[in-house]
Design a protein around this ligand. Structure first.
Ligand code: ACO
Length: 427
């Protein structure tokens, strides 16, 4: 007999089906709750709400496990390339060589931006925040690829739209960086590989070549950011996509959700915090005290996570990569020492221990981006490049799920009861 949970309401007992995931995690299926009882559930921030069944990413926050399509993140970071991981997330399996070639060829066919898009990019002020620019330009792509606007895209069009976004988001990002610095844009050479092509477009100088190890380091960072199941931006993508909005509107919304400093924007906020600590003479203890003070809105950026309550496996890999890359580039960044000191202090502090607050993926990534020459206000756009395959995979899975419905949560209304209208002159 299938497992059920019993709920007693108004003296009546109802059985709710229990759903078991492939890693034995349990959920109570409340889909019929309101229809049968009139009750809804209240779960602000959706901390206990499963919004879908998904076969893309598994994470166990207590044990610090993260797997894409079953493969441990540590193994993927060690042995694969970002494009293989993108294929894996989107199509479900690691690609064979010919499948990967075909996938990359599709991206290559989108290696040039429509002229209308470069015209739009040219109009932004040089000091515009790159996240706002990228989000608007991704939305603007809808005007140039009308064939991808249909709500029921064919398999072929879906694959092409995905390839187009993967190829062009990195070009848009690098194009705006160069334009905002008065540099001529440099064209994409996809045969260099995703990370190297991006760095080449960003920092191209005659006679200079992007170092393979540096490109590899960026590739690993992109892999670590590629998906993270139903986080804020992925859920935004699913919510927007659930209305059958087009893929550009959907991804643009994901970018906007990522921008916030409680989510992907934390990588920029971490670096700004470390700079602030440096300005204050390196006294990180004072910042720990501020973070613990409930009358102060300051939080230790790059610390804490809704799901990880032990450690973030991505942070472990990134911390190691940080040492290697700074060493390789011969960069001696005092911010790295401040970050390590801050981490150590926080990990030994009762406040952080009691609340299971650990460094997350954003704590060390900014120091690496800075060493690579990426400006602070572009850190979150780097996250966009990494997370794009995850969003696309989540969108695809949702649109192909026969059980998917438009996202439409309920609420508990706590406002005024009926009042009679009073005209303006009598108020
Ligand atoms: N500094 C100080 N205290 C913190 C921090 C922090 N960074 N994070 C959580 N806390 C405290 C909270 O104040 C709360 O304390 P209380 O129990 O005394 O009220 C307790 O720890 C639990 O925290 P919540 O806010 O309930 O945790 P939630 O799951 O809602 O938020 C979040 C998670 C947003 C990541 C939070 O930890 C945070 O703001 N961290 C800093 C921003 C950050 O690094 N974001 C990136 C996350 S990773 C990503 O999105 C890519």
């Amino acid at each position: 007999m299938s497992e059920t949970a019993k709920l007693e309401l108004d003296g009546k007992v109802i059985d709710l089906p229990v759903i078991t995931g492939s890693e034995n995690e349990k959920a109570i299926d409340i889909r019929k709750l309101r229809a049968e009882t009139g009750y809804i559930t209240l779960d602000s921030g959706f901390g206990n709400t499963g919004s879908c069944k998904s076969g893309i990413t598994f994470l166990n926050g207590e044990k610090g496990i993260l797997r894409y399509r079953g493969y441990p993140i540590e193994q993927l970071a060690e042995g694969s390339r970002f494009m293989e991981v993108a294929y894996l997330l989107i199509h479900g399996n690691l690609p064979k060589e010919n499948e990967l070639n075909f996938f990359e060829e599709k991206l290559t066919s989108f290696a040039t931006l429509p002229e209308g898009i470069t015209n739009i990019l040219d109009q932004f002020p040089a000091d515009a925040h790159p996240m706002g620019v990228i989000s608007s330009v991704i939305s603007s792509l809808s005007a140039f690829y009308p064939e991808f606007l249909k709500s029921d895209l064919t398999e072929v069009d879906k694959d092409r739209a995905i390839a187009q976004l993967l190829a062009q988001t990195k070009i848009i990002t690098a194009y705006f960086y160069r334009k905002s610095r008065g540099l001529a844009p440099h064209r994409s050479h996809p045969s260099l590989g995703f990370a190297k092509d991006f760095l080449n477009m960003m920092f191209f100088e005659e006679g200079k070549e992007v170092d393979d190890e540096v490109a590899k380091a960026l590739d690993v960072l992109l892999i670590l950011h590629a998906d993270h199941e139903q986080n804020c931006s992925a859920s935004t993508v699913r919510v927007i996509g659930s209305s059958h909005a087009n893929i550009f509107a959907t991804i643009s919304g994901g970018i906007d959700a990522l921008w916030g400093q409680l989510h992907g924007g934390a990588n920029q906020a971490v670096l700004e915090m470390l700079e602030q600590i440096k300005q204050a003479g390196g006294d990180y203890k004072q910042f720990i005290e501020k973070a613990k003070d409930k009358n102060d809105s300051f939080k230790l950026m790059g610390f804490g996570h809704r799901v990880y309550k032990n450690f973030d496996p991505r942070a472990k890999i990134i911390k190691k990569a940080c040492d290697t890359i700074l060493d390789k580039l011969g960069v001696d960044d005092p911010l790295l020492d401040i970050a390590k000191g801050l981490e150590q202090e926080a990990l030994n502090d009762e406040y952080f221990k009691e609340r299971n607050l650990y460094p997350n993926v954003d704590f060390y990534s900014g120091i690496i981006y800075k060493a690579l020459g990426i400006p602070t206000n572009m850190f979150t756009t780097m996250f966009v490049l990494g997370r794009l395959p995850g969003w696309l995979a989540q969108w695809k899975e949702m649109r192909e799920d026969p059980d998917a419905r438009i996202a439409r949560p309920r609420q508990v209304y706590v406002g005024e009861s009926t009042r009679n209208f009073v005209s303006l002159k009598d108020r």
